[in-house]
Design a binder for this molecule. Structure first.
Ligand SMILES: [Zn+2]
Length: 86
């Protein structure tokens, strides 16, 4: 994810970006915050996501002072316990 304002093309691959609503996940310490309905621009080719600084500020505001709309359980996995197939 990149923080850049008003982009029209992807800086990774140059494809025209699409304005979409995404679900943004932020992990702070051992807490997971999920923010739904975040306006973002996403590259349909490589999947890179771009958020304007104002949106990032709004996300921080939501985490600090916003109303919790729901709480979900998040499963956690440890990859050292999973056999890797090479
Ligand atoms: Zn791209």
């Amino acid at each position: 994810m990149s923080i850049e304002s008003c982009k029209e093309t992807c800086s990774v691959c140059g494809t025209n970006l699409k304005s979409v609503r995404i679900t943004f996940t932020q992990i702070i310490g051992d807490k997971v915050y999920i923010i739904e309905d975040v306006p973002a621009q996403v590259c349909p080719h490589c999947g890179e996501e771009y958020l304007p600084p104002s949106t990032v500020d709004a996300i921080q505001e939501a985490i600090e002072n916003g109303r919790v709309t729901k709480t979900v359980q998040v499963p956690v996995y440890d990859l050292s316990l999973v056999p890797l197939h090479s």
